[in-house]
Design a protein around this ligand. Structure first.
Ligand code: ADP
Length: 401
């Protein structure tokens, strides 16, 4: 056994594998795509030679091939001390990360109805790594767990009680690992402790969500029962009128058609008719493509509305924090969003916003702003690696004691 930690993130047709050393520094990472298809493909980041996968490779075959590739390239010398897995849905069962045993696996299976595209592949990753490393502790880190502190008024929908009690219909929230990391990092940058830091955290990637964090705890969040609710996203609509379903049914669409449309053909993609990629949209808008500009406008306006809405859950605000591919990289999206927030007194400094990080330690607001705004790169893999190591050590101490 060496002191390394593997972090596994299985998506529906792809997976990411990262390797950390005992100081939680990333040694390397790898990606497999188009899994279960004839052209399945894998590579180690920074290495041009692909890792060979059999045609139609499954998640477990890809993980085995990547672990072998790490060993062949001497990136890993022995067994890791822990394996951390990103698991999308922990329902109400998991309030924090958990060492994986038979009970944990059954509970993750029980949550699969709430995340049918994600939990089964997360479990496939867990089983594959258990087979490769039967004596190594495995840890599940849940996207939903951080939001289990939401008060009932924030997590309940105004539906008949039986929807909640019989079927678990409530707001769960996602991207919890990223929002948790924002709370920790913002506290560090503001020279406070997480337990005294209150922020609004906007995670803007392909999926987008926003969370109100009061004294370190999640108290409201924009994603709900599924990761479809809330902000405009790459291909997801975010909020729509629930009456839409009935209306579209009357136009001949099935429930599955509507589901596919809202998840895969909407958001930035749907509004622009061109792409779900924000960088490309900004370029298209600069060349006068009006639907792309509209997509940007709707995205920023919805985000600003949610920032305003999140203040209802907070008694103080120490910072507005941007993260994710868009939040970290797009000065334009941050500026266009802030333009709607003048009444809240949030003002960005144009230079800091353009060049954050070079000399500003993440701060992009002007000195006159009523609240600081920060840009903080997210690092969900690091959180998973730390949690995996922490629980593996705690588990070993418990069995020794
Ligand atoms: P994921 O949710 O898949 O992890 P990311 O967090 O990597 O996604 O975010 C991807 C999004 O970030 C894409 O829409 C991409 O265009 C956008 N993005 C990355 N860099 C920039 C940039 N410089 N300007 C605008 N958008 C950017």
């Amino acid at each position: 056994m060496d002191d390394s930690i593997l972090v596994v993130n299985c998506g529906s047709s792809s997976l990411k594998l990262a390797l950390f050393d005992h100081d939680h520094q990333k040694i390397t990472s790898a990606l497999a795509e188009r899994l279960n298809q004839s052209d399945a493909f894998a590579r180690i980041n920074g290495d041009e030679t692909p890792v060979h996968l059999p045609s139609g490779a499954s998640h477990s075959q890809a993980l085995a091939a990547l672990v072998n590739a790490f060993k062949d390239r001497a990136l890993m010398t022995g067994e890791p001390m822990a394996v951390g897995h990103r698991v999308v849905h922990g329902g109400e069962t998991f309030r924090e990360a958990s060492l994986i045993d038979d009970q944990t696996v059954s509970a993750i299976e029980a949550c699969a109805a709430l995340a049918p595209l994600h939990n089964p592949v997360n479990l496939a990753g867990i089983r594959a790594m258990q087979a490769l490393f039967p004596n190594v502790p495995q840890v599940a880190v849940f996207d939903t767990a951080y939001h289990q502190t939401l008060p009932e008024r924030a997590y309940r929908y105004a539906l008949p009680e039986r929807c909640y009690s019989d079927w678990g219909v409530r707001r769960y929230g996602f991207h919890g690992t990223s929002h948790y990391f924002m709370a920790q990092q913002a506290a560090r940058l503001l020279e406070k402790t997480p337990a005294t830091t209150s922020i609004i955290s906007a995670h803007l990637g392909n999926g987008c969500s926003i969370t109100a964090i009061q004294n370190g705890l999640s108290v409201d969040t924009s994603m709900g029962l599924t990761p479809l609710e809330g902000l405009v996203m790459g291909t997801r609509s975010g909020d729509v009128d629930p009456g839409l379903f009935d209306y579209l049914a009357s136009r001949g669409m099935s429930a599955n058609d509507v589901h596919e449309m809202l998840n895969k053909e909407s958001g930035l993609q749907g509004l622009s008719g061109q792409t779900n990629d924000m960088r490309t949209l900004c370029e298209l808008a600069d060349h006068g493509h009006e639907p792309s500009q509209l997509a940007i406008d709707v995205f920023c306006f919805r985000l600003a509305r949610y920032i305003g809405a999140m203040t209802a859950s907070l008694t103080k605000l120490d910072a507005l924090v941007f993260t994710g591919g868009i939040g970290e990289n797009s000065a334009r999206i941050r500026q266009d969003t802030a333009r709607h927030l003048r009444l809240l007194g949030i003002e960005l400094d144009p230079d800091l916003n353009q060049h954050h990080g070079r000399w500003s330690d993440g701060r992009i607001s002007s000195p006159d702003s009523c609240y600081p705004a920060l840009v903080i790169p997210t690092n969900e893999e690091l959180v998973i690696a730390r949690e995996a190591a922490r629980l593996a050590v705690a588990g070993a101490e418990h069995s020794e004691g």
